[in-house]
Design a protein around this ligand. Structure first.
Ligand SMILES: C[S@@+](CC[C@H](N)C(=O)[O-])C[C@H]1O[C@@H](n2cnc3c(N)ncnc32)[C@H](O)[C@@H]1O
Length: 827
């Protein structure tokens, strides 16, 4: 039950788990191989592949997908592997001879180009034990690889960063041309696993069996541990060499050692002792045998027995010195000496006691060290909470952990991935979803939950930051529009004046001639840049920024995601005046206040902004309103572009059909209950690409802008009509003027007067304004007004019109009557 629960928690945490499900891979581990192959491309040209520890078959699926058709893939595992297309599955233990024979049978005469190993032994005993088993299994896999790999072949293996890591790398380097360690993004940060890619198998004629013998390869390290005096485990000093130590080889003086009460510690700290001037008396002592002299030359290679000999000798020398210094107490000393040297058993006992004491001291030191480590971990955690460090931002971190020694890192600087400071030595997570690696203690479950919680919190913070950034970005756009419209670029002084006009609250400190630097500082003083956090080089850019950069840099011709169009929003060309004015006061108020300050202290400005507001005695208008205002129109533009661009595809039958077909895809699922950060991430990245190119979008945007820039049709028509009428009138006037000029009956004076009169009629400026006739309501009486308006009674106006019409028709009927008899007469 507990295990099941853990598995679910893990799966929920990881998007690769869902992706594996969605894309039909049997394990999330498949993505590790995909990513490794993407980096090194060892599958693309391989004709045969041997996958060791392959169940449930995720890597086999990937190999069959990425290797050329007709290639041979053999997978081996302790548990049966469900049939994978075009692959052979063997159920064997890779450490056995039988496995070797079975593989030989399956491969026939073939040699493989790639040997993969993703083995994970049954975990759960202890970290050291598990790590050792893993290293041992890797060595077994390597042994098989050396047997079946072709010259120049690849060996890709998972290893755990433990004490045996360096030994393994050492062995790999003996057999391959190039060895690189890497951690693919799909491998969890919390996991101690790392992948080693060995390329160019040297295929030596004879391989020393010791090289592939775990007992030999890992023995050395154990011996070194033994040498490490009385099992005191030295911790690597994370800040470099331990305090006071500038060299790795330390020599002590015998005189100090003899006088020292902490001789065990001295033996642990020094590599050798030498006889100094003060120790000459001991050098020639009869107990100082050539063996003792030899032993003290290299303390790091001694065993327990040797140490006992040195300690015994040291005590004897101390007593001898005491005797020399206080000859009076000779007899007593002799007695006590005798006592001490009574039996070898007693001596042994006392030594044992002393060692116990010493070991407890070491234990105490270790505990102290551990406490320190925990403190460091807590600090790191705090950093994460304060968003100084974001987990997942960068996989490759430089902090060192217990599991990974700096030595190995130095040797393979370029590609070896450093350990993660948030990994404690007991966090041994094999990082797979296959059955075998789900064994673990409850601590791992806690870690998963903790990580999940942490991830959620981080995600919330990340979203908040994004929102804040988007808001500032929009506000800057509005500001830029404002600057353009107010003609800031054309006339700086005018701008300053306008600024002050628009913000009557600002007094004094008038800047006379803002230069280019001032203009740029005004722009960069904006909140957008204030909001940008100063980050460690470790921090990666926010995803939004990265997308934008990517768009700019290398995706010019690739299909683009319509949902990302918002990033390239055009600036709205014209904004309604009323809304603009509404934003102006706060806007420039804010700009002005920053304008007068040093642009260097951006962060502090943000923090102090509230203080400033109060001290300056006015409140700055928050710029939130503008955000809503500008983003609306941008969305509309994006929608327009999207619709127009997609509309283009509907015109042709083929592209229309393709578009419809493409809309039924693997991304069209609607899972519920996913964590919000995951769903958001999926929405952004894991989706079908709309077949729009950046050029298409730009073209449509340009056209839309062109259309937007045109005046409204009706206004344009009215203006054209007016121009046309004026032109006609001018033509007529010109004709009349020329006829006046040509009139021989008129004198020159009369002509000029007549022309003047003629043109004054067309000159609108000189024309008197016409009286506007207004129809009054019933209550108002007619009679007209004195000013611009003449008020007319509605009833009276109708009556007058009727009378006029009557008069007209009467006239016509009279004419008709007169003409009628004539025609009648004719008849
Ligand atoms: C992490 S899984 C491999 C996942 C696999 N790469 C995939 O993509 O599906 C580790 C496997 O190692 C296998 N294994 C462990 N010890 C083994 C051994 N001695 N011989 C063969 N397989 C072993 C386990 O049975 C387990 O299936």
């Amino acid at each position: 039950m507990g295990q099941k629960k853990k598995k679910l928690a893990k799966g929920r945490l990881d998007k690769f788990y869902y992706m594996a499900k969605e894309q039909g891979y049997r394990s999330r581990a498949a993505f590790k191989l995909i990513q490794l192959n993407k980096k090194y491309n060892f599958l693309g040209t391989a004709k045969a592949c041997l996958d060791l520890c392959a169940a449930p078959g995720g890597w086999m699926q990937v190999a069959s997908k990425y290797m050329p058709v007709q290639s041979l893939i053999v997978g081996v595992d302790l548990v049966p592997i469900r049939q994978v297309r075009n692959c052979i599955g063997l159920t064997e233990d890779i450490t056995t001879q039988k496995c070797r024979t079975e593989i030989k049978k399956a491969l026939k005469t073939w040699k493989v180009d790639v040997c993969l190993h993703d083995g994970a032994p049954n975990m759960g005993t202890s970290w050291v034990q598990d790590a050792y088993q893993q290293a041992e299994l890797t060595l077994h896999a390597l042994k098989l690889a050396t047997e079946f790999l072709t010259t120049g072949g690849w060996f890709v293996t998972k290893v755990f960063r433990g004490s045996d890591y360096n030994s393994l790398i050492w062995v790999f380097n003996k057999l391959f041309k190039k060895v690189e360690s890497t951690k693919p993004p799909s491998s969890r940060n919390a996991s101690a696993e790392i992948f080693v890619v060995c390329q160019g198998f040297l295929n030596p004629k004879r391989i020393d069996p010791k090289l592939l013998d775990p007992k030999f390869v890992f023995k050395e390290i154990q011996e070194v541990k033994k040498v490490d005096v009385l099992s005191e485990k030295k911790k690597v000093n994370r800040a470099g060499y331990e305090d006071g130590a500038t060299v790795l080889y330390k020599k002590g003086f015998i005189s100090d050692f003899i006088e020292s009460s902490e001789h065990l510690r001295d033996l642990a700290n020094f590599n050798a002792f030498e006889f100094d001037e003060a120790a000459k008396i001991f050098e020639h002592h009869e107990l100082t045998t050539p063996e003792i002299k030899e032993l003290i030359k290299d303390l790091k290679v001694l065993n327990k027995n040797d140490f006992q000999k040195i300690i015994k000798w040291k005590k004897a020398m101390a007593a001898y010195k005491e005797k020399l210094e206080n000859p009076d107490t000779d007899s007593n000393e002799d007695q006590s000496q005798e006592k001490k040297e009574l039996t070898p058993e007693e001596m042994e006992e006392s030594l044992q006691e002393e060692m116990k004491e010493y070991l407890s001291l070491v234990e105490k030191k270790k505990r102290k060290e551990k406490k320190k480590q925990n403190e460091l971990k807590r600090k790191h955690q705090r950093k994460i909470e304060l968003t100084m460090h974001i987990p997942g931002d960068k996989i490759e971190e430089s902090t060192d952990g217990d599991l990974y020694s700096m030595k190995g890192k130095d040797e393979f600087t370029d590609n070896i991935v450093a350990d993660h400071s948030d990994i404690s030595s007991d966090e041994f997570d094999s990082d797979d979803d296959s059955d075998d690696d789900d064994d673990g203690d409850s601590k791992l479950i806690d870690d998963d939950e903790f990580l999940e919680q942490q991830l959620d919190e981080q995600y919330k913070l990340y979203q908040q930051r994004l929102k804040k950034k988007a808001a500032t970005l929009d506000s800057v756009k509005v500001k830029k529009d404002k600057i353009n419209q107010d003609g800031y670029n054309e006339d700086d002084e005018e701008f300053v004046e306008q600024e002050e006009e628009s913000n009557p609250l600002l007094v004094g400190n008038k800047r006379k001639e803002p230069d280019a630097q001032a203009v740029s500082s005004l722009f960069f003083d904006n909140d957008l840049f204030g909001g940008v956090e100063y980050r460690n080089p470790d921090d990666s850019e926010s995803e939004q920024e990265q997308e934008q950069e990517q768009d700019d840099d290398d995706e010019d011709n690739k299909p683009i995601d319509v949902s990302k169009l918002k990033v390239q929003k055009p600036q709205p060309t014209a904004q309604p005046a009323t809304k603009k004015q509404k934003t102006t006061t706060g806007e420039f108020g804010k700009q002005k206040s920053k304008y007068q300050k040093n642009p260097g202290s951006l962060e502090q400005e943000d923090e102090d902004s509230d203080k400033e507001n109060t001290t300056k005695g006015f409140e700055e208008v928050p710029i939130q309103e503008e955000v809503e205002y500008s983003s609306d129109s941008d969305e509309e533009i994006d929608d327009k572009i999207k619709t127009k661009a997609l509309g283009g595809f509907l015109l042709r039958k083929k592209s229309r059909q393709d578009l419809i077909d493409d809309s039924f895809n693997k991304y069209a699922f609607n899972d519920t209950g996913l964590p919000s950060w995951f769903a958001d991430d999926e929405n952004r990245h894991n989706k079908a690409q709309t077949p729009l190119t950046k050029e298409m979008v730009e073209e449509i945007r340009r056209k839309i802008k062109e259309i937007d820039d045109r005046p409204i049709k009706k206004i344009a028509e009215a203006k054209a009509r007016k121009k046309y009428r004026l032109g006609k009138k001018m033509e007529k006037t010109r004709d009349k003027a020329s006829s006046i000029v040509d009139n021989p009956e008129m004198s020159n004076r009369e002509k000029s007067k007549a022309i003047e009169k003629l043109y004054s009629g067309t000159d609108k400026k000189n024309m008197k304004p016409k009286k506007i006739i207004m129809i009054a309501k019933k209550s108002k009486t007619a009679g007209g007004g004195t000013g611009k308006y003449k008020i007319v009674d509605k009833r009276m106006k109708k009556d007058l019109r009727a009378q006029k019409n009557k008069a007209k028709t009467q006239g016509r009927s009279k004419d008709a009557k007169k003409s009628k008899p004539k025609s009648g007469g004719k008849k």
